[in-house]
Write a protein that binds this ligand. Structure first.
Ligand code: 1HN
Length: 356
């Protein structure tokens, strides 16, 4: 925001006034431009990172960079070219790929930014959340909510790469960052077929633990959403004759807190979409930003009119108010994470469908 100097030579008193307000760290609104734009002026740009390249670079990091030199986490962050070199995928979301080799451990820590993992490929790592071991397998969504202790263990003999998303840029903008390393805490031992979280809250559709319940946390108490369940829900929508999904060729589910139907965490909404070739979902744009991970299938996404091909493992940044249209060459499964709950809570959520 630049302040324009009034440069009429005979108006010395006005120029002195401008000097005086600047001297007192004030700015005149009447000289400011670009403040109230008719629509969001977004710095992040629509962008697609190729899964093939992310996988290869993650593996090279695994060979070259020991996990201690990687600051406890071997993470390659998505740096949106519109954000001036910041390690952020959008204005509010951090996106990354993380690589953990056989036998490696990413030690416990906690921070106020909330995180989630979506597993693009492979299995065999356990993420412990407050000591509860969550098995990670292809297509699973794993939550590590704000201020929960978390660590990753790979006791197997194959490396694993996954997609990380965090609300870190948002937490930073709100000046609410706190971090605590886990040093000195006993190293929890690690693996189980099913976490306590899944035993209690993943017992089956509509089944919650009986008896007195503890005060509800601000996030879903179910911390792992298994691919088999997500896949069944999507396939079911597409098979249900005469319904929206069956007619349009586009099924989608929202990952929810099973106790109240709210989003999995206060700052992030997670969804899984399945598009069939020839589906008829229209182009749409909305306020707030999103990251998309291609799980399976192939196609393309048109972002503000520019077509980007999509293959498994590709990651896409969709800044606020970007028009999005998906094209499927074969059935295509897309995981998405967005800051929509924040926009909704603040009554700033707007959406527009092409033709509106
Ligand atoms: C973090 O704690 C993890 O725990 C991954 O796996 C990515 C990016 C920024 C800050 C903390 C993890 C992260 C992160």
């Amino acid at each position: 925001m630049a302040t324009r100097r009034f440069d009429a030579p005979d108006d010395a008193s006005l120029n002195t006034f401008y000097d005086d307000i600047a001297d007192k760290d004030l700015q005149p609104l009447w000289e400011l431009s670009g403040l109230l734009t008719p629509a969001p002026k977004v710095q992040a740009v629509p962008y697609r990172w190729r899964g093939e390249e992310l996988r290869e670079l993650g593996e090279r990091a695994g060979e070259l960079v020991p996990i201690d030199r990687g600051g406890d986490r071997r993470v390659l962050s998505l740096s949106n070219p519109g954000l001036g070199g910041a390690p952020y995928a959008t204005a509010t979301l951090w996106g990354a790929v993380q690589y953990l080799g056989p036998g490696e451990t990413a030690p416990a820590h906690r921070h106020t930014p909330a995180a989630l993992r979506f597993v693009l490929d492979g299995e065999g790592v356990w993420t412990l959340v407050n000591g509860d071991p969550l098995h990670m397998s292809a297509g699973d969504l794993i939550l590590t909510p704000s201020w929960t202790w978390h660590e990753h263990h790979n006791p197997g003999d194959t490396p694993m790469t996954w997609f990380d998303a965090l609300d870190l840029p948002l937490v930073e903008a709100l000046d609410a960052m706190f971090f605590e390393p886990g040093e000195g805490r006993p190293a929890p031992s690690g693996t189980a077929e099913r976490s306590t979280s899944e035993i209690r809250f993943g017992g089956g559709p509509g089944l919650l633990p009986g008896g007195a319940s503890a005060p509800a946390p601000a996030h879903s108490p179910l911390l792992r959403y298994q691919w088999a369940d997500t896949d069944r829900a999507l396939a079911g929508q597409l098979a249900e004759a005469g319904t929206g999904a069956e007619r349009t060729g586009h099924a989608h589910v929202r990952f929810a807190d099973p106790t109240n139907g709210r989003d999995v965490m206060p700052t992030m909404r997670c969804e899984m979409h399945r598009y069939l070739p020839g589906h008829t979902a229209p182009a749409e744009r909305h306020t707030g930003s999103a990251l998309v991970a291609v799980f399976r299938g192939a196609g393309a996404v048109e972002l503000d009119g520019v077509l980007h091909s999509l293959a498994p493992g590709d990651l896409v940044a969709i800044p606020s108010w970007t028009s999005v249209r998906v094209l499927a060459d074969e059935p295509m499964d897309l995981f998405s994470v967005s800051d929509t709950p924040v926009l909704e809570a603040l009554a700033l959520y707007r959406t527009e469908t092409r033709g509106d």
